[in-house]
Design a protein around this ligand. Structure first.
Ligand code: UDP
Length: 467
């Protein structure tokens, strides 16, 4: 059961397909909100299923008018409505005998309300936190950060300038290079309108994590071992790394995957005509939003860098709507870039030989997709644990260069980082390191590798173990 957003849906679907390949009958649960989004882009009135892998939608109490939604509103509705819908589904189906009885629940780490249902039905319950280990650790540290009076900060304006943002998280050795400003934005920018209620919500989800039978993370030991050890020391359940899931996930498609966005495949043809490692790919995922002034700074930074680029812009990624591109941008970049308004097949794009760099909002799926292809990154984090991901990618792992928060965007900085990444000495070092980390990622998912072994542990020691 995934949280209804693309960055959660993708890894949950990958894990579900892996579990299916291990012999499980899968019921993949959408909430009504996500089902409505799927129907907007799909011609059929239901999502296709196969005999042993089906999609089921349950009621979530979320209003149909998405313009009024905040993250916390959606979480809160689901927390209040979904447990009853889920329990009703599992009990009714067991009574009817139409599908095999449920033997375990695997749900998103931020959907911990499923724990109550699992406890009541005496089923093992795995929480899959879809973020990095460092991001997860950031959330686990919220309570301690507050206890130490480091946060929360008062409002966004003072928050940015507050000297306390440079304080180190030095009491956890694995996090000692992270500053308060690198922690998830729900604690550094608590008064942002979209963050309302999220600090308390995440604290509660972290407390609930201890009730799970096991915790699964889409990362790999060689990348995040010190942080993983710190997480294991602070949580009772075993923590199993099974990432990058896209490396483990080599089983054939068994159905047409439900998609909220139609992918523009034309960009792959354009990439075919480009030289190896010459193109900077720019994409900020499914949620990040910027103002038109920030879009303009970004556009002129890209134009000024002189690099070849593939830039994918979601039409809803600009506050108040996308009202064309800044004057002069198209003329200035003519013949060296492709812009797509919409959505692209990102994993294929990152795997293309022509892509030599990735400007990313530092969403965890995007970063892992870049890591497994050995593509170095320019990090422009926006919300949630993205600043933490960016800090680790540009520091401990040395596979990226930090531009800074989207909120602080300046064209000169964008231009400088792109030049450094695509042509500079530092860029060369990072490219080399990205290829080493790519090797480590593939080692983790090959037979005998840490994630490969952990997937078997998850299946045989947790999900198939007698309660
Ligand atoms: N994605 C994609 N095409 C796009 C943009 C994004 O397929 O044009 C996918 C991307 O491959 C990733 C997911 O959407 O799997 C975005 O997840 P991420 O965690 O990076 O960011 P979020 O959208 O949650 O902020």
């Amino acid at each position: 059961m995934p949280f209804p957003a693309q960055g959660h849906m993708n890894p949950l679907l990958k894990l579900a397909k892996l579990l299916h390949s291990k012999g499980f009958f899968i019921t993949f649960i959408h909430t009504a909100l996500y089902h409505r989004r799927l129907l907007r882009t799909s011609s059929s009135s239901s999502v296709s299923s196969s005999a042993s892998f089906r999609f089921v939608t349950i009621d979530d109490g979320v209003s149909e008018d998405e313009s009024t939604h905040t993250l916390h509103y959606v979480q809160d509705c689901m927390r209040r409505h979904c447990p009853a819908s889920l329990r009703e589904l599992l009990v009714r189906e067991e009574d009817e005998g139409v599908v095999p009885p449920a033997t375990c629940i695997v749900s998103d780490g931020v959907m911990s309300f499923t724990l109550g249902v699992a406890e009541e039905l005496r089923l093992p319950q795995v929480l899959f936190w879809t973020m990095s280990a460092c991001g997860f650790m950031g959330y686990l540290l919220f309570e301690e950060i507050i206890k130490r009076d480091m946060a929360p900060l008062k409002d966004d304006v003072t928050a940015r300038n507050d000297a306390r943002l440079d304080a180190r998280i030095d009491w956890v050795p694995a996090m000692k290079n992270a500053r308060l400003r690198d922690m998830p934005t729900f604690i550094t920018h608590p008064s942002h309108p979209k963050h309302q209620g999220m600090l308390e919500f995440m604290i509660e989800e972290c407390r609930n994590a201890s009730r799970a039978t096991a915790i699964v993370l889409n990362t790999f030991d060689a990348l995040e071992l010190p942080v993983l050890d710190a997480i294991s020391a602070s949580l009772a359940p075993p923590v199993l790394t099974v990432g990058p899931l896209m490396g483990l996930n080599n089983n054939k498609l068994i159905f047409e995957e439900p998609k909220v966005w139609q992918e523009e495949m034309g960009c792959l043809k354009w990439l075919e005509a480009q030289q190896d490692s010459s193109v900077l790919y720019i994409n900020f995922g499914s949620i990040a939003v910027m103002t038109s002034a920030q879009l303009s700074e970004l556009a002129f930074g890209i134009a000024g860098s002189g690099c070849r680029f593939l830039w994918v812009v979601r039409p809803d990624s600009v506050d108040g709507g996308l009202d064309g591109l800044p004057a002069g941008f198209v003329e200035e970049t003519m013949g060296r870039g492709l812009m797509i308004m919409g959505w692209c097949p990102q994993e294929e794009v990152l795997g293309h030989r022509a892509v030599g760099g990735f400007m990313t909002h530092s969403g965890w799926n995007s970063m892992l997709e870049s890591v497994i292809e050995g593509v170095p990154m320019a990090c422009l984090p926006s919300v949630a644990e993205q600043p933490t991901n960016s800090r680790f990618a540009c520091g401990e792992w040395a596979v990226g260069l930090e531009i800074g928060l989207i909120g602080d965007l300046k064209r000169e900085r964008v231009e400088g980082v792109i030049r450094e990444l695509m042509e500079g000495e530092k860029g060369r070092e990072i490219r080399k390191r990205a290829l080493e980390v790519k090797e480590e990622a593939w080692r983790a998912v090959k037979p005998g590798g840490s994630s490969y072994v952990n997937l078997d542990k998850l299946v045989y020691d947790v999900l198939k173990a007698p309660m």
